[in-house]
Design a protein around this ligand. Structure first.
Ligand code: BGC
Length: 737
């Protein structure tokens, strides 16, 4: 439909109908045969208002969406289709690894392809908009939502987020695309103490330098929607923050798409204490140009009066409604409200062989080998004891795979059995014994706390595990954090493995046999002891539908691991936040002339992490030599060519992620000790020797000064090149004005 068509619709809407376009309710309001039966009283709203609602949250499946849309249009005076929005974060039916694992692939092309697969599945189920990607920069693993992020680095996350948006939106190809809603704008990942929904206080400088670029990369890639976050920014919650939404997002970045508030975030302005009541909250959010109110009683009950009394202008209301209509139009809904969806197409498009093979490809690259003394890949003739609560578990997909088909999840046991003839499996212990910390979510585990804690039951599990360990030449342990322990509301004070998993590990140690520890989890966990006493350690994250198959192939050497962690793994909780691109401080450890007591360090533990950002092992090994710059001095408007030779010194082919970092020696503001500015995942053949070049351009050297201008200041720089953020190859160069 053209712009005039949309304007005609807008001009014909009553205020109630306009307000309706700005409301999002969940499927429960629409689940009965009558459009509007449901728990309406919860929000204090009536049937008529519900019939105007412009979008619906978390309904899925072609059958449901078609039924609701049909009914909705029958009742709609202007035949404006309703939008279905859903948390298709990294999975519809087929689950990819959760985003921390996606980041670990360092492979944006693969991520784009795989997100397109997810879009194909979800759009054929009638979903229009996905609340993904999450572009929040994360540096505190206590925060459960680090599982939903691609890590601690602005540059890497920007590349990943761009790829996700492109994959989802797929140029709006009919029936094969979703609108991507980037979230949570802004700074949500910096919650104090890693406690979800907690206060955020970041300087504008840090926001511009480290946090904003990731959201902006999504906008630049064409993301059509933005979600405001729950947290405050300089004392004002994002959802009522005019500076953030109007000035930065809309004016400075030119974003003209729809903005939605996170779940009930408009009403929460009252609980933050910046709005007196829900009406006040609605006025604050509207005036900040937040268009859609998700699941709160604010717009639906108060916006009409606010417009009639002039607190919110007609222009603001119309502009917000127009943005929602434009979104519907971009999806082609006015031409085909059903987007060609049918139960049949959904079946044909989901969990196909091709989709599963894409998820396997991603999962292969998301898994990180942290330690290996040569025990991996497993030798063919070895007897294997496969022990631990995740070896045969299907709940390894992470919290946001809410639509996934658990039946399709491949477990490690089922696939490893096919590869290793001499394998004995034992669960060893339960994944979770203490359900209390999960609250009501514990019901999802479908276990009885008393039964699983019954001493006889636990003794039995352990004794079969001992038999298995007795039998095996190698013990493969599957340990870690349950998927319900991370994700939204999954903040933790302790980042150790559950004590009963450590106990199982200690039993395994008594056999003096090689131990391979496979760790599941949504965040960096404390692995000091595990690393010390294992012969190999694999971080599996939550590897998705094909996770078991990928782990099997890595264990037996059919897949050469290539994942690299994108969040530093701390040694202990007291170090947090620990991230590679920190500032020098005036008293840097190891470099300051002050005595060691008075430098920036802890007296009871090291500063450096257990594993640094960008780290991960492979079965092959690539060396760098001949590192050269084409010139020593770069003029402000020039670029620099870097050349080097890569040599695969092994007889094994594999993928290596070359990473390059910059250190700016001197600036008008402090500069990080290292900053990732480029990377490339390179496939190397057996014994291959290859010349490689890349460029350092102005884009790699700019930063925000204290006036928040993006500048390139002349001076001295060091370039570091290697395979993790701790890499040692380096060269200096100078930028001249
Ligand atoms: C989360 C969002 C999510 C939304 C809708 C909120 O609680 O913070 O990330 O998209 O719910 O389900």
């Amino acid at each position: 439909m053209n712009k005039e068509g949309l304007e005609t619709i807008l001009n014909n809407l009553s205020i109630d109908e306009k307000v309706g376009q700005l409301i999002q309710l969940s499927g429960e309001f629409f689940s009965g045969d009558e459009l509007s039966i449901g728990p309406a009283s919860k929000l204090g709203i009536d049937d008529e208002k519900i019939s105007y609602v412009g979008s619906i949250l978390n309904v899925s499946g072609a059958e449901q969406t078609l039924k609701i849309q049909k009914k909705y249009l029958e009742n709609s005076r202007h035949k404006i289709p309703v939008l279905f929005m859903n948390d298709v974060i990294y999975a519809y039916k087929t689950a990819l690894p959760s985003p921390l694992g996606l980041g670990a692939t360092w492979n944006p092309k693969l991520i784009e392809k795989s997100f397109n697969m997810i879009a194909r599945e979800a759009s054929s189920a009638g979903i229009h908009v996905t609340f993904s990607p999450m572009a929040d920069l994360v540096r505190d693993p206590r925060w459960g939502r680090v599982a939903e992020s691609t890590g601690e680095d602005t540059f890497l996350s920007s590349q990943m987020i761009k790829a996700m948006v492109r994959g989802f939106q797929n140029n709006f190809e009919a029936n094969n695309s979703l609108v991507s809603c980037v979230k949570h704008f802004a700074g949500y990942g910096a919650a104090e103490g890693g406690r979800d929904y907690n206060t955020v206080d970041l300087s504008k400088w840090r926001l511009f330098q480290e946090h904003f670029p990731i959201y902006k990369s999504a906008i630049d890639a064409g993301a059509k929607m933005v979600m405001t976050s729950f947290n405050t920014i300089e004392g004002i919650p994002s959802t009522g923050n005019e500076w953030l939404v109007k000035d930065v997002l809309r004016k400075q970045w030119g974003f003209n798409g729809a903005v939605i508030a996170d779940y009930a975030a408009v009403a929460e302005l009252v609980y933050h204490g910046v709005a007196k009541d829900f009406s006040d909250a609605a006025a604050l959010a509207m005036n900040a140009s937040v268009d859609i109110d998700m699941k709160s009683p604010s717009y639906i009950n108060h916006l009409k009066k606010l417009v009639e009394s002039g607190v919110v202008s007609h222009e603001l209301l119309d502009a917000a409604v127009m943005r929602v209509l434009e979104l519907k139009n971009a999806l082609g809904l006015f031409e085909d409200p059903f987007r060609n969806v049918s139960v049949d197409t959904e079946k044909r498009n989901t969990l196909t062989k091709e989709n599963l093979s894409i998820s396997k490809e991603v999962s292969d690259e998301s898994i990180v080998l942290l330690e290996n003394n040569g025990v991996l890949p497993l030798k063919k003739d070895k007897k294997i004891a496969l022990v631990g609560p995740y070896a045969d578990a299907k709940d390894i997909v992470g919290m946001w795979a809410i639509n996934t088909d658990f039946k399709s999840v491949v477990t490690l046991k089922t696939s490893l059995e096919k590869e290793v003839p001499n394998l004995v499996y034992s669960k060893g212990t339960e994944s979770v014994l203490d359900l209390k910390s999960f609250g009501k979510l514990a019901a999802l585990l479908r276990v009885n706390e008393k039964e699983i804690n019954n001493p006889d039951h636990l003794v039995k599990l352990l004794s079969t595990a001992k038999e298995a360990m007795e039998y095996g030449d190698v013990i493969v342990l599957t340990l870690g954090e349950h998927m319900l322990a991370s994700g939204e509301g999954g903040s933790r004070q302790h980042l150790d493995l559950p004590q009963h998993h450590i106990d199982l590990f200690n039993v395994a140690r008594t056999y003096n046999k090689p131990i391979v520890s496979i760790i599941y989890g949504g965040r960096p966990l404390l692995l000091d002891e595990i690393s010390k006493y294992s012969d190999a350690v694999i971080f599996a994250g939550f590897p998705g539908t094909s996770g078991g198959a990928s782990l099997t192939d890595i264990l037996v050497g059919k897949v050469n691991p290539s994942g690299k962690i994108t969040m530093s793994f701390p040694r202990n909780v007291g170090q947090i936040p620990v991230y590679y691109n920190h500032f020098s401080t005036g008293r840097p450890m190891g470099k300051s002339s002050h005595s060691e007591r008075f430098v920036s360090r802890y007296i009871d533990g090291p500063n450096d992490p257990q594993y640094p950002f960008g780290y991960g092992l492979s079965y092959h090994d690539v060396k760098i030599s001949n590192l050269k710059l084409n010139k020593q001095i770069m003029k402000l408007n020039e670029s620099l060519e870097v050349s080097l030779t890569l040599t695969n010194v092994t007889n094994i082919k594999g993928k290596s992620t070359l990473q390059w970092y910059i250190h700016d020696h001197f600036g008008s503001v402090v500069r990080p000790v290292r900053q990732l500015v480029g990377f490339d995942k390179i496939e190397m053949k057996e014994k291959e020797v290859r010349d490689y070049t890349f460029r350092i351009t102005q884009r790699d050297l700019v930063f925000y000064n204290s006036n928040l201008d993006l500048v390139l200041e002349p001076g001295e720089f060091t370039l570091f090149v290697g395979f993790d953020s701790d890499c040692k190859n380096s060269m200096k160069f100078t930028v001249e004005g």
